[in-house]
Design a protein. Structure first.
Length: 487
């Protein structure tokens, strides 16, 4: 295929070259109706390129197949058989994939370190999750993706499961052994879904971890806006093989997706694909070299350690994305939450993740020596001010075994069932009717349908006191919890 083509961008240029006049949405009519103050803030290009996909970018019959051609090019670029664009982020894409594999009451084997969007998919669908426990690093209080052996055990225990879902890479950059997990699934004749939201860049450089399609996954979901150049919410999902019907996959996306997709997001996806095919290797090589230099400089700072080799190995992750720079600051005696807030306040830098002992910086090919220098200056300053940032509430981190809660009721039944708001002290022993999700990274500690335990409640409440954010709780302060009323 000719990857110099950009069907969406070319169609947009043609739209303006022909001077078309819309009597359709969007109502701002190429920005003419937009408030001048908004145009000044956002720029005219946002409005002039905000056109309908049908009866705008293409005609009402989509005879020019603009979107179809762009998706074909994307599939070819990343070695997939089918690709579908989504303008509702990977949160929608992963739900579409799940609903293509399992239906209400059917079983899906899922890594328990799944993103909250996967849990939302369970709530909407009524699918019964069969959890696979992650590979726990008890020393560092961190979960890595589950092993192939863990998936194999769950298939032996639940041969009627319709398929499996694994998250790889995690927001911490740790990756699963996708090839072996896919082999486990395929020996059973079952499909593997990979939530690869953090892996858009993986197909374009050999020194990065293997990506899902090359590893044999049947469906994979990717957020191009995370590690690529797509606009926020720009996502794609890819399919190959005969275990997931692409027609069914598209129908599920159509069920959940918007009927008013943003052409701006399509254009970002289209242009990024061309950029990666033409320049991806060199751009990513520069990013990898920069990340290596940044890690080396951080490692020289007293009290800071960049996690890398200790994340990978037996009982841990299979591989690591080096562009996620995970910094353990436990020796500084400063909570990651407090460090991230201090760096934003004093250096106007927004870090990627923060937890009770770590902060992280996500690097991409958009970074350079100047942005790296800004980061390093802030980290050096943090070291200098560590003494004044120590102290404060202690996070009562639960042991890995204590984080494994009993699923008593299906997530859908607990979420939509009778519930009441109870004081935190009365929540222990109750079944949760809500997700309790530290964000980022957005991996729920408690799911609807799980029985709440004292160690987990202590962890979450002490975390909130120390700076953890739990935005999806009805009471984000966790003075109370929404509990399912058992009959």
């Amino acid at each position: 295929m000719d990857h110099s083509e950009t069907p969406v961008l070319d169609a947009l240029a043609g739209y303006h070259r022909r001077g078309e006049t819309p009597f359709t949405p969007p109502g701002h009519k190429q920005g003419r109706g937009a408030d001048p103050r908004v145009r000044e803030a956002l720029g005219d290009a946002v409005f002039t390129h905000d056109v309908l996909a049908v009866s705008g970018l293409d005609d009402r019959r989509s005879t020019h197949k603009v979107l179809e051609r762009a998706q074909e090019l994307m599939a070819d670029a990343v070695h997939a058989e089918q690709t579908f664009f989504s303008t509702c982020g990977s949160s929608l894409s992963v739900k579409s994939a799940m609903l293509s594999v399992a239906g209400p009451g059917e079983k899906l084997i899922i890594g328990r370190d799944a993103h909250k969007s996967v849990i939302s998919g369970l709530i909407l669908s009524g699918v019964r999750p069969i959890w696979v426990e992650p590979s726990w690093d008890a020393e560092r209080n961190l979960a890595h993706p589950p092993s192939p052996e863990a998936f194999a055990r769950r298939f032996e225990q639940h041969p009627d499961a319709r398929g499996a879902l694994v998250t790889s890479p995690t927001p911490y950059g740790t990756c699963a052994n996708l090839a072996e997990i896919a082999e486990v699934c395929h020996r059973k004749g079952k499909p593997l879904i990979v939530d690869e939201a953090w892996g858009a860049h993986l197909p374009f450089h050999p020194d990065l971890p293997s990506w899902a399609m090359d590893a044999g996954a049947d469906v994979c979901v990717t957020s191009v806006h995370k590690m690529g150049s797509g606009l926020e919410q720009g996502s794609v999902f890819h399919q190959q093989g005969n275990l997931v019907d692409p027609t069914v996959l598209k129908a599920r996306e159509d069920l959940l997706g918007t009927t008013s997709p943003s052409v701006l997001l399509y254009a970002g996806l289209d242009g990024w694909r061309r950029q990666m095919v033409e320049h991806g290797h060199e751009l990513l090589q520069a990013a990898l070299d920069l990340a290596a230099d940044v890690r080396q400089e951080i490692e020289r700072l007293p009290g800071m350690h960049v996690n890398r080799d200790e994340f990978v190995g037996p009982g841990k992750a299979f591989a690591l994305d080096p562009l996620q720079v995970i910094i353990d600051i436990s020796e500084l005696g400063v909570l990651g939450y407090r460090a991230a807030d201090w760096i934003r306040e004093h250096h106007h830098i927004n870090l990627h993740l923060s937890d009770h002992r770590r902060i992280s910086a996500q690097l991409t090919y958009a970074d350079d020596k100047d942005t790296a220098a800004t980061l390093l200056t802030a980290l050096r300053d943090l070291v200098e001010h560590a003494a004044e940032l120590r102290g404060g509430p202690e996070v009562k981190v639960a042991d890995p075994d204590e984080l494994q809660l009993e699923l008593v009721v299906l997530p859908r039944d607990a979420f939509f069932g009778p519930a009441e708001q109870v004081p935190a002290g009365e929540a222990v022993g109750r079944i949760s009717a809500e997700m309790l999700t530290p964000y980022p990274p957005g991996i729920p500690v408690v799911l609807p349908g799980e029985r709440i335990t004292a160690p987990v409640m202590d962890y979450l409440r002490s975390g909130v006191a120390a700076g953890m954010v739990v935005p999806d709780a009805a009471d984000p302060g966790l003075d109370s919890v929404r509990a399912y009323i058992e009959s």
